[in-house]
Design a protein around this ligand. Structure first.
Ligand code: UD1
Ligand code: PEP
Length: 435
């Protein structure tokens, strides 16, 4: 178990460049299986989950060349389908959530796709019904081995159809779209998820020869084609990392510039931070956060009632930023209700913040009320364990703002999604070491 030691209470300064988007990378990498031609991808983040997926692709027989940091070519012209039945695949496939998106492309191109119950954050139930109901609608036969938690779908040829998803699942929509692009005829997917990750995936598939319309909406129409070709793709900056750096700047009252953020793809994110009192300036494509010398004040609603920050499928606020917003609110002036609607176990980490002196009432597993200190009292350093990727980063931000030296164990959870976070934090003045 890896550990960070953090000496908190220091102001940070300088520029930070966000990595490529983790959740986009996981979709895009799976899509290379849809063609035998070369696919070149840049801005791939060097993080544990992505590297695990690249190694799964390699084990499947994909030829991979690293051209430079974050830049790779992939060629899936000789796939070893037997690997999918191996014990190694049953082990490695469960190492991350994103591996589930291997199924759609494999089913579409090779007529079969298998996956062990995938891993990812332990943040509540994470069902896969939407994915498999979609494949079944496209004509696939489904089986599930309960003992091994091993899922399988098979079909000689998928057939386009209409489907109304039971929920706007991000990875579910990606999986279904990747299956439908090679199906016979037209598929309509209603209640589709439409995060920038998915918009990027659909645009890439269209460049490969797919015929997808409705990109960015919750109604996708996909006219099946016989085959797809190679392409080039560049990952967007990671909007969750961008939100994390905004939270960090606020809590440490630092002047930070976040470079090349792709503002137009950030949706609600800047607006929500502004409602929490954070000043964000747009300079070209950068976000500049000035030093908040006098703190930041949470806005109430027009009628004077307390602000609620809740997650919702895109274009609502992503659930992946709620833990960061919650930690930031602990030093705001005012109160806010954080409502994590999607996941059941993502707010339990507030216990640690309470130990550190934060004023939080956990109302139930989904809701927490935060009463900010307005920097009148700082958080106290402590020892903690990172329970999941976003809670881990939130605790790290809390530790960087706290008085004294904190210890965070299980930092593998943070490394799953943040590239060289300690090195990048040291470059802006943080006192953090990996032990
Ligand atoms: C690898 C990857 O891309 N992971 C992201 C992806 O996970 P993932 O694709 O696994 O998440 P889903 O979109 O399937 O759903 C997440 C959770 O939200 C619930 N749900 C979903 C849609 C909906 O309309 N109502 C609803 O309640 C689901 O039941 C589930 O518990 O999307 C999540 C939701 O943005 C993010 O937290 C994850 O970081
Ligand atoms: C929940 C997350 O990731 P995953 O779906 O990979 O567990 C996340 O990125 O916040």
């Amino acid at each position: 178990m890896g550990t960070f030691k953090i000496e908190g209470g220091h102001q940070l300064h300088g520029e930070i460049t966000p990595q490529g988007a983790k959740n986009e990378a996981l979709q895009i990498l799976c899509a290379v299986l849809l063609t035998s031609e070369k696919v070149s991808i840049t801005n791939i983040p060097d993080i544990v989950d992505v590297n695990k997926l690249i190694s799964l692709l390699e084990d499947l027989g994909v030829k991979i060349q690293k051209k430079a940091q974050g830049s790779y070519t992939f060629m899936a012209d000789d796939i070893n389908l037997e690997y999918l039945q191996s014990t190694q695949f049953k082990e490695d496939g469960r190492g991350l959530r994103g591996s589930i998106m291997l199924v759609g492309p494999l089913l579409a191109r090779f007529g079969k796709g298998y996956i062990p119950k995938p891993g990812g954050d332990k943040i509540g139930r994470r069902r896969l019904d939407t994915h498999f109901e979609g494949f079944i609608k496209l004509g696939a036969k489904f089986r599930y081995n309960k003992e091994e938690h091993f899922y399988g779908v098979e079909a000689k040829k998928l057939k386009g159809t209409y489907m109304l998803l039971d929920e706007a699942s991000v990875t579910g929509t990606a999986n279904i779209v990747m299956a439908a692009v090679l199906a016979d005829g037209k598929t309509t997917v209603y209640n589709a998820a439409c995060e920038p990750y998915l918009q990027q995936l659909c645009k890439m598939l269209n460049r490969m020869g797919a015929k997808i319309t409705g990109i960015g909406s919750n109604l996708l129409e996909i006219e099946g084609v016989d085959s797809l070709g190679g392409t080039e793709h560049r990952m967007l900056p990671d909007m969750i990392e961008i939100g994390s750096w905004i939270g960090l700047a606020a809590m440490t009252r630092s002047h930070l510039t976040i470079k090349d953020v792709s503002w137009d793809d950030l949706g609600q994110i800047p607006t929500v931070f502004r409602k929490l009192g954070i000043q964000l300036e747009r300079k070209g494509d950068d976000i500049v956060i000035p030093e908040h010398k006098d703190g930041y004040e949470i806005q109430n609603y027009i009628d004077g009632s307390i602000l609620t920050v809740a997650d919702a499928p895109w274009p609502g606020l992503t659930p992946d930023l709620l833990s960061i917003i919650l930690v930031m609110a602990t030093q705001a002036k005012g109160e806010v209700l954080i409502h994590q609607k999607m996941f059941e176990s993502r707010l339990f980490f507030v216990d640690k913040l309470i130990d550190m002196g934060a004023k939080i009432i956990l109302c139930d597993p989904h809701r927490a009320t935060v009463i900010g200190h307005n920097f009148k009292s700082s958080l106290k350093a402590t020892t903690m364990v990172s329970p999941d990727i976003r809670a881990g980063v939130s605790l790290l931000i809390a530790a960087l703002s706290a008085k004294g030296t904190s210890t965070i164990h299980n930092i593998e959870q943070i490394d799953r999604g943040y590239e060289n976070i300690d090195t990048r934090l040291r470059a802006i003045g943080a006192k953090i070491t990996r032990v």
